[in-house]
Design a binder for this molecule. Structure first.
Ligand code: AMP
Length: 305
């Protein structure tokens, strides 16, 4: 039973109030695959890069036992590039540029051996591409999807088609409001579930995440970090930890999704402690487990009065 990850692999320029980096490894599928690789192996990556991608980046992914048979390398073209700048309030980010490069003509082809994958995560890419991927898969058990405000603005019809074919949407609070035109998150969540997905996670940045499904709501805290260097990829890393854990346990009930949300938050907390993917390149299972247990303690209440 395998886990297929589709999304962007990128070079990012990131500016925060504390520092600045250029040409750092990024992309939705990169963060998802790295985070998921701590739970299950091999993660199967489907994406596209240019011939500028670099051996060291290939090696990093291979060292995490990520199967790159679905990583297309286009000769003579450049890898997707994205630039973002964070405000003093790190929850606010401006996109400085998006250079599609190889993405302009990307037509995702799922390698034959990956088509029977049971778990699929559609990272943040154009919804029309997410649909092309769904069309090629033939044995899906659980599909998670991420998206962003850009696609809600310019490709809503395709996005709505995607939502009808997935099990879990991971979205942030402002995107949920934009998608449904409803300011109240609980009502917005119900509206999104009516469109399609049985489960929904609304991320609220440093305020944690809400999980909806089976007529229940679970509220997870965020890890109270004092030093956040680069929030880039936190959402993708959250999704990667979540699907990695779901795949390892092969249990997609609400109770297990609750654990998966905490594992996702755990991985996201490591991600934001360093620039680019550095925070999730070299973790041990003991570190992950102990932060997971700290997370559980955060909102545990002893009720024996
Ligand atoms: P997050 O901080 O979780 O929203 O993810 C940031 C990552 O998403 C960066 O590494 C970017 O390279 C990637 N990204 C940004 N915009 C897009 C886009 N339009 N399509 C695909 N990936 C993108």
């Amino acid at each position: 039973m395998s886990l297929v990850v589709v999304g962007s692999v990128a070079f990012d320029n990131v500016e925060t109030p504390f520092d600045k980096i250029e040409n750092a490894l990024g992309g939705s599928a990169t963060y998802i695959s790295l985070a998921a690789s701590y739970f299950t192996a091999p993660v199967k990556l489907v994406a596209v890069v240019g011939d500028d991608f670099g051996e060291e980046n290939i090696k990093l992914l291979e060292d995490h036992d990520i199967d790159l048979a679905g990583l297309e390398i286009v000769e003579g073209e450049k890898t997707f590039r994205w630039g973002g700048k964070y405000h003093y309030d790190l929850n606010i980010r401006d996109t400085l540029f998006t250079d599609l490069n190889v993405f302009e003509n990307f037509d995702p082809v799922i390698p034959e051996k990956m088509k029977s994958g049971r778990f699929l995560i559609l990272g943040n890419i154009m919804p029309s591409l997410q649909l092309k991927v769904l069309d090629q898969m033939n044995n899906l058990k659980f599909v998670v999807c991420d998206t962003m405000n850009l696609w809600i603005d310019i490709a809503k019809d395709d996005l709505l088609k995607v939502l009808k074919r997935i099990d879990l949407l991971v979205i942030n609070d402002s995107e949920a409001r934009l998608l449904t035109d409803e300011p109240n998150l609980i009502k917005s969540a119900r509206m999104i579930q009516e469109i399609g997905p049985n489960y929904l996670i609304i991320k609220k940045g440093e305020h944690g995440a809400l999980l909806f499904g089976e007529d229940k709501i679970f509220s997870a805290p965020a890890y109270p970090l004092e030093d956040i260097f680069d929030p880039t990829g936190a959402g993708d890393t959250f999704a990667g930890g979540l699907i990695g854990y779901l795949h390892r346990t092969s249990d997609v009930t609400f109770e297990n999704l609750k654990r998966a949300v905490i594992y996702g938050s755990t991985m996201a907390s490591f991600c934001v402690e360093k620039f680019s993917t550095k925070g999730i390149e070299d973790l041990s299972s003991i570190e992950i487990k102990s932060r997971y247990l700290e997370f559980l303690e955060l909102s545990k209440v002893n009720d024996d009065e």
